[in-house]
Design a protein around this ligand. Structure first.
Ligand SMILES: *Cc1c(COP(=O)(O)O)cnc(C)c1O
Length: 388
């Protein structure tokens, strides 16, 4: 097969900036460079009004009642840390937190950090399809529980969690609910009121925005959520996150949300068709392919497959033209099999032979076809079954 431009199928790690997003950002680097906290002149006012418009846009995409409930951060890692540590610290000693075994490190590690400081922690397992049973979350809640953190969509296997159902439980029990929606925003319907969500993390670079910017939704009414700042300083973002706002990035995050809001649904259909096309090729042309995670309740662009008998690292090395990942990019430096796949009960062998494909807004049908052919040929060859 002729080689060509590399094919990007790693959309869960990051996505390219949409040209419309870049265009919206550019003036805020140069002529509209003001500090949004400068109250005394037009440069500051221009920046501030761009930030406030952006806040409205981000609030709208998740159904937040007030733009004041949006706190801009450096990304979902910071939002997750602020949510988990911020809520627990605001409550004081004796707190207990519930989370799941397949959360992103940005949630799991702050939880472990708090546990080391004496905070109670229950990590709820997920079922074999990669979905958490809300009844198990309910069982884990104690009198001391202050926060439940369950991601909306998983970054490795793409499974969509029943956050709305969990929200009914946390409401009933008077416990706060945080959800990491970095992968879900714009791809899964979100309504913080209807779903009973009190805190929600997003990141721009997973939705065709720039890296290094995100937001945390913090409910201000029914109940009013208190979050202890993790960054002390000038008291920006209603005291929850000090530091001069990254105005161009914030404008980019909002534009990325805007595009998702207007085109997300149509785009999801197209992306799902491409994902299904890839999966069909693997199923038709190869034996020993196993889908990891639920078939239906998953992100449209996610395909996580184990190719029996083929190590994912070897396979990825054999198809260098395709950008894919084994497990999570965040842990790809380690030789341990993915903890997410282990949590869904996959054997070591199955976990070590898994590859994550992520279809994006810019993926073409031709790229899917070429990627399928390259992977099928490589798997056959590595299994020593290559013919003619
Ligand atoms: C990418 C990702 C994060 C981290 O987001 P950053 O903005 O890169 O810090 C957190 N959670 C999930 C589910 C993610 O996919």
């Amino acid at each position: 097969m002729a080689s060509g431009a590399p094919i990007y199928l790693d959309a869960h790690s990051t996505t390219p900036v949409d040209p419309r997003v870049l265009e919206a950002m550019l003036p805020y680097f140069t002529e509209k460079f003001g500090n949004a906290a400068s109250k005394t002149h037009a440069f500051g006012w221009t920046a501030e009004s761009a930030v406030e418009r952006s806040r409205e846009t981000v609030a709208a995409i998740i159904g937040a009642r007030s733009p004041k409930e949006i706190v801009f951060t450096s990304g979902a890692t910071e939002s997750d840390n602020l949510a988990v540590k911020g809520v627990v610290e605001s409550v004081g000693p004796g707190a207990h937190v519930v989370t799941t075994a397949i959360e992103h490190h940005a949630v799991l590690d702050p939880c472990r950090h708090l546990e080391a400081l004496g905070v109670g922690l229950t990590v709820v397992p997920v079922e074999a399809n990669g979905i958490v049973d809300p009844a198990r979350v309910a069982e884990a809640i104690t009198d001391r529980t202050v926060l439940v953190s369950v991601m909306l969509a998983n970054n490795e296997i793409g499974t969509i969690q029943p956050v709305g159902e969990i929200g009914r439980i946390t409401r009933e029990r008077g416990v706060l609910l945080h959800t990491d929606a970095a992968q879900a925003i714009g791809r899964v319907p979100i309504d913080v009121d209807a779903m009973g969500i009190d805190l929600l993390s997003i990141s721009a670079h997973k939705i065709y925005g720039p890296k290094g910017v995100g937001a945390l939704y913090v409910r201000s009414q029914k109940p009013r959520v208190r979050v202890a700042a993790q960054m002390d300083g000038g008291g920006h973002e209603r005291g929850m996150r000090s530091g001069t706002l990254n105005v161009p990035a914030i404008v980019g995050l909002a534009r990325a949300c805007d595009v998702m809001r207007s085109e997300g649904d149509a785009e999801t259909g197209r992306i799902r068709a491409l994902r299904d096309r890839l999966w069909e090729r693997f199923r038709r042309e190869l034996d020993g392919v196993e889908l990891n995670g639920d078939l239906e309740r998953r992100l449209a662009g996610n395909l996580n497959v184990s190719f029996t008998g083929v190590s994912s690292d070897t396979l990825i090395g054999a198809v260098r033209e395709i950008a894919v990942s084994s497990g999570s990019a965040c842990t790809s430096a380690s030789l341990e099999p993915s903890y997410v796949l282990r949590a869904v009960g996959a054997s070591d062998a199955r976990a070590r032979s898994s590859v994550r494909f992520g279809v994006s807004r810019f993926t073409t049908e031709a790229e899917i076809d070429r990627a399928a052919s390259l992977v099928v040929a490589a798997v056959r060859e590595l299994r020593g079954l290559a013919i003619d």
